[in-house]
Design a protein around this ligand. Structure first.
Ligand code: SAH
Length: 247
């Protein structure tokens, strides 16, 4: 796929390792006029851009003044209206908690063609990086991905913990800081406290770290191990499937 002038490409970079982007995504990076990227992307990918490409970091940094979603949408449209090809680079998959949907709608409203290039989501890649599958025949037939955090960092009160307690594999993004509250609610709602759990930070990067515990102990384990975001927590019988002590 070659980038067209006046077109926006919402491209997922994958979870962190630079070679986990798709070939389509990489080709678009190599040829586009403009690259607008988030904070959590493998920065090595930007080395592939054209020397004359306009490259702007429009990532939101927690607890720091950052561009609003309105600012971001406006910048995307401004470049597209100037007839440039625009790659909007997002970590993981653009439609998994990346506000990609909002950027697509902004393009549609402005009559700007918008093409989605999927990426490998950290929701699946982070568990996979420690050999944990999100489904497995007979022990986990479904998985659910949640973010437990609202815009202001609070636990999302709309989450139905009774329903979530019944999901075979529960994957939590953006939930490291309120993990104790989430796990307590799941146990109160009936999930077995002994269910295996893992938390994987900076998956597929050189800074990757993880802990393995149970639903009951994972929040403390994460604290004790000083695990920091970005991190994915998975609560599932599949966590203990691989031999985590194998070389
Ligand atoms: N669109 C992204 C998710 C964006 S929300 C995707 O599909 O992966 C940002 C959250 O994703 C982080 O708070 C963290 O929970 C998770 N995340 C992103 N990259 C990660 C990584 N390399 N390792 C662990 N978690 C990651």
């Amino acid at each position: 796929m070659n980038p067209q002038p006046g077109t926006v490409y919402l491209v997922g970079t994958g979870p962190g390792a630079p070679d986990l982007i798709t070939l389509r995504g990489l080709n678009l990076i190599k040829q586009s006029d403009v690259i607008l990227h988030d904070r959590l992307i493998p920065t090595e990918l930007l080395n592939h851009a054209r020397p004359d490409a306009i490259i702007t970091n429009i990532g939101k940094t927690p607890n720091q003044p950052s561009p609003t979603q309105g600012d971001i949408n406006a910048l995307i449209l401004e470049h597209a209206h100037a007839n440039r090809s625009v790659v909007r680079l997002k970590g993981g998959d653009p439609f998994v908690f990346g506000r990609g949907g909002e950027e697509m709608l902004a393009c549609q409203t402005a009559n700007i063609p918008c093409i989605i290039v999927p990426g490998v989501t950290s929701a699946i890649a982070a568990p996979a990086s420690i050999n944990v599958p999100v489904t497995h025949r007979q022990i986990a037939r479904s998985f659910t991905v949640i973010t437990a955090t609202t815009r202001d960092g609070q636990l999302d009160e709309n989450l139905d913990f009774t329903a979530l307690a019944k999901i075979d594999t529960l994957i939590i993004l953006m939930g490291t800081h309120n993990l104790a509250e989430i796990t307590t609610r799941l146990i109160t709602a009936g999930r077995n406290p002994q269910t295996p759990a893992a938390c994987i930070a900076s998956a597929t990067t050189l800074h990757q770290r993880h802990v393995i515990a149970t639903l009951e102990t994972i929040a403390t384990a994460v604290d004790n191990a000083n695990i920091h975001p970005p991190a994915v927590t998975i609560i599932s019988p599949t966590v203990t499937l691989p031999d985590h002590h194998a070389p």
